[in-house]
Structures are given as C-alpha cells and as structure tokens.
Design a protein around this ligand. Structure first.
Ligand SMILES: Nc1ncnc2c1ncn2[C@@H]1O[C@H](COP(=O)(O)OP(=O)(O)OP(=O)(O)O)[C@@H](O)[C@H]1O
Length: 489
C-alpha cells in the first residue's frame, strides 16, 4: 500500500508547479481584469460564503411598503427611542412646538447608530440607514436593519414584531402631542406639524344630544373591529359635516381628533392633480388617523361629463403621462372619489375616519350622498340658546346672567353663527356684562335698525357709568327687557 503513495519529491514538485501556475494566473488576472472588477468579484465571493457560514440573520424594514407607508417601519421608529440604552453611542434629541423646554428633550434614532434590544432571551441589534434616491424630488429612502441569530428568526417574526407594533400603538395613544399632516406636492410626502387645537366636545357649542350621539358613534367605531371584519366591511367611518360657514365644522373635526387621539391628514383636494395621485396620497396615510377634506363641493371636478371625457385615460400611467406631456391637470373626478370612499381602495388601512365638510350640501352630486357612502351626515346649524350658554361658559366663565333670557330670545329669532357669537364675546371677555351687552347690540343690528340699538346701548352705558343703587339698576334692566320686546316684535 505504501508503494502506491507518491514519493515526497513528486509531491514537492507538484506543489511547486501548482504554485507557479497560480502565480501566473494571478499575474495575468491582475494585468487583464481592472482593479474595481476584481474588488467586486472578491466582495461577492465573500458575501456568498459569509452568508452561508454566518449564524446571523437580518430583517430589512424599509420606510415604504408597496405604494404606502410601511407600518412596521413607523412602529420601530416609535418603539426604538424608548429602549435606547447605555450601549448606544449616539441619540437624536429635540423639541417640537408642543414640548415643555423644562422637560427632557424628545428622542429620535440617528442614522447608523446601533441599538440593542433583549426580548425573551433573544439579543437583537437595530441600525437605521439612509439611502439617497436617484431622483432629486424624492426624499432619501430610510430602512432599519434588524439582526438576530438565524435560529431565532421565526420567533422574531412571530413574537417580536407583533410586540413592537402593540407597544408602539400604546405609546402613540398615550403620546401627548398629535400631528396634523399637509401634503407637499413637490416631494410627494405628507409633512407633519404639531396639532394643538384647543377644541374639545366640552367647548363645542352644539346641541347636547347631537354631541352625545357623535361621541357614542366614535366610541362604538373603535370597539367594533371584529364587527367590521365579520360583515366584510373596511374598518372606517365617514362623516359629512354640512352647514353655513362659522358653525363649527372645523372645530368639530379638531374635537374628534382630540377625543380619539388620532393624527389628522388635511388634504387640499384642489391641489390633487389626478385620481392616480389621489390614490398614491391616500395610501400613504397611517392607521388611527382622520382624513379631512374641507369644502368638498368646491373640491371635486365631480361631474359625470368630466369622468366620461377621461374614459380614454383609464390607465394610471396614461394619466401621469398626460400630466407630464401636456401639463394638463385632469383633477379628481367623482368616480375617483367614490372609488376611494367605497371601492377597493377603501379597504387599504384600518381604523380610519374620513370627514368631508361642505357649506352647500345641496351642491354635492347625489352620488356622494347615497346611503352607505358617508356613514353619518351631521348638520352644523346656527347658534341655539344651548350653544350660546356653552360659549358664554367658555369665553366669559359664566353660567347664568339676567341678560341670558334676552339673548336667548334674539338667538331664536335670527340666524347667527357660533363663530359670530364667539367673536362678540371674545372682544371684552374680561367684562362679562359688557360682552353680553355688546352681543345684544350685535344681534339686534343683525335684525333691526341701528337707531333702536343705539338707544338700548345708551341705557346700558348709563347703567355702567352711574353705578347707582340696586333699585336703579333693576329698573334699568327692566327697561332693557322692555326694549328687547320692542325690538323683537
Ligand atoms: N359650534 C361651535 N362651538 C364653539 N366654537 C365655535 C363653534 N362654531 C364656530 N366656533 C368658533 O368660530 C371659529 C370658526 O369656526 P369653524 O372654523 O370651526 O367653522 P366652520 O363651520 O368650519 O367654518 P368654515 O365653513 O368657514 O370653515 C372657531 O375657531 C371657533 O372659535
């Protein structure tokens, strides 16, 4: 058997000739293949072998998922700042408009910073990267890399990701500031600003029954996830708020946002160039949000003629092409809007509220008003005595006054918006009596001639200036109520 083995000298000479051959090949390759290509091949070979032998696995979570925002990315963005520990070597900090400068700053994740997390015995490493896009008008692409052991990959998918989503949701629902987003057409993104509107259901001047109805409707909406699923409907609620300007439609939207703790997406429909752009915009909004489209009657080019005229342009790319080449702005059509409300696109996303407002419900296309399109139609009407009392409590801090009866009568007899009443009360809110007198003057001027009003104001002035005894004041108030009757009849 030993005889069959090659001799040492044979082995050495074979080794020498192989080495010489390798040297020769290397020299030829170095001469013929450019250095960049050699490096590229070497890195590919390394990547292939490293992946094969590595015990690590990496999840890549980009900020976009198909046409919309990647909710997993958003959840990580919310969750990770809460777990940044001593092992991280940097952290983003800052204040937004709603922050108290005396409190610690808010945290964010810096690009390329490594963040570690431990979950159910697994050690996980996160890194945020930012990649420049080739198109100048598009923002940088951002992505998280999450590295774990290969053997833990399944547990990360099944347990860790749902845990992050749930935690992020809990953090968001408790977070003190909400955001309002406006769409920036130039770089096709929603831009957030801190939403700090003081309107609440408590401050809204509207009929208590209507207020209660809306609050109950919102409560039942959040609680009925399973119901929406069981009846095969998208988990959405649509409200149409209609009524004259200044009756509190925008204030109601703010009150709903504050009540639900939902962010608001404010879409200026006039600036949307096409149905396809509308789809892109809407799919990049997040769950647990309110989409508000104000003055819907002025917003859609909602005529059937227009829809028909564009039948040749059914395809999304055709539409974009049309805009690019002709500069034409086809606008949003009624069919595009309806598709979004209750077509297939409506099923994108969950737990969303869509609110349309209009000053002229009668101008809306009947197709928009058909049952099932907007779930609830809410009429925001002129100020009522109950509404006035609410405004007096908010603006003047008073619950009752002798002049209330007079004001109630006037409010019931004329059309005055809560905005007008609020404006009058605000003028001299530190002097409730004067403010109420000013309001009476204003209400009368809306209804009758100025001469009679002036007379009444004179009597008020006299009352204020002289500040005589109680009896005199009472007489004067009696005179007021008499005057009131004169004006009303
Ligand atoms: N119902 C209301 N309760 C409390 N305040 C109100 C109410 N309606 C109007 N206001 C006051 O008037 C201002 C304007 O009201 P708001 O913008 O909500 O009315 P709107 O119906 O949305 O008007 P528009 O149709 O012109 O947008 C608000 O900032 C608020 O101070």
């Amino acid at each position: 058997m030993l005889k069959e083995l090659p001799s040492l000298s044979t082995l050495l000479s074979a080794y020498a000739s192989i080495s010489a051959m390798a040297m020769l090949i290397r020299t030829i390759l170095n001469k013929m293949v450019p250095e960049r290509m050699r490096n590229y091949i070497a890195s590919k070979v390394y990547d292939l072998t490293a992946a094969y032998f590595s015990s690590e696995f990496t999840f890549v979570i980009e900020d976009r998922w198909y046409a919309g925002d990647n909710q997993m990315f958003r959840a990580a963005e919310v969750y990770l700042p809460t777990i940044i520990g001593p092992t991280s070597d940097s952290i983003l900090v800052g204040f937004d408009e709603s922050s108290d400068p005396m409190e610690p700053p808010k945290r964010g994740i810096p690009v390329d910073c490594k963040i570690t997390d431990d979950f159910q015995g697994m050690h996980l490493e996160w890194t945020l990267s930012s990649i420049e896009t080739k198109k100048i008008y598009l923002p940088n692409k951002r992505l998280f890399n999450l590295t774990c052991k290969k053997s833990e990959r399944e547990r990360v998918e099944q347990r860790y990701f749902p845990y992050i989503n749930k935690t992020a949701q809990a953090i968001l629902s408790k977070s003190e500031s909400l955001s309002i987003y406006t769409y920036n057409q130039d770089d096709s993104t929603w831009e957030p600003t801190v939403f700090k509107h003081p309107a609440t259901f408590e401050t809204l001047a509207m009929e208590p029954e209507l207020k209660e109805f809306i609050m109950k409707d919102l409560d039942s909406f959040v609680e009925r996830k399973e119901f929406f699923e069981s009846v095969g409907r998208a988990w959405k609620r649509g409200y149409l708020l209609y009524g004259p300007p200044g009756t509190g439609k925008s204030s109601l939207v703010a009150a709903i946002a504050n009540y639900m703790r939902y962010n608001v997406y404010d879409l200026q429909f006039q600036s949307v160039r096409s149905d396809s752009e509308l789809r892109r915009i809407l799919t990049s909004t997040t769950n647990r949000s309110i989409l508000i489209i104000e003055d819907i009657d002025c917003s859609t080019k909602a005529s059937h003629d227009q829809t028909k005229g564009r039948e040749n342009c059914e395809d999304e790319e055709d539409e974009d092409e049309l805009i690019r080449h002709t500069g034409a702005d086809p606008g949003v059509t009624l069919s595009g809007l309806l598709n979004f409300i209750d077509g297939l696109w409506s099923s994108c996303g969950n737990e969303r509220i869509i609110i349309f407002t209009t000053n002229h419900k009668e101008k809306l296309d009947p197709a928009l008003l058909r049952p099932g399109r907007m779930d609830v139609h809410i009429h925001m009407g002129y100020c009522t005595p109950a509404g006035f009392r609410k405004l007096a409590a908010s603006y003047l801090g008073i619950k009752d006054d002798k002049l209330f009866g007079c004001i109630d009568d006037l409010i019931e007899s004329i059309q005055v918006t809560p905005a007008e009443v609020a404006q009058q009360l605000m003028m001299i809110s530190d002097e409730p009596r004067l403010a109420l007198q000013g309001l009476i003057k204003f209400l009368n001027s809306k209804d009758t001639g100025e001469v009679a009003v002036e007379e009444m104001m004179k009597s008020f002035k006299e009352e204020e200036e002289t500040e005589e005894k109680k009896v005199e004041r009472q007489n004067s108030e009696l005179a007021v109520s008499e005057t009131r009757c004169i004006y009303l009849t």
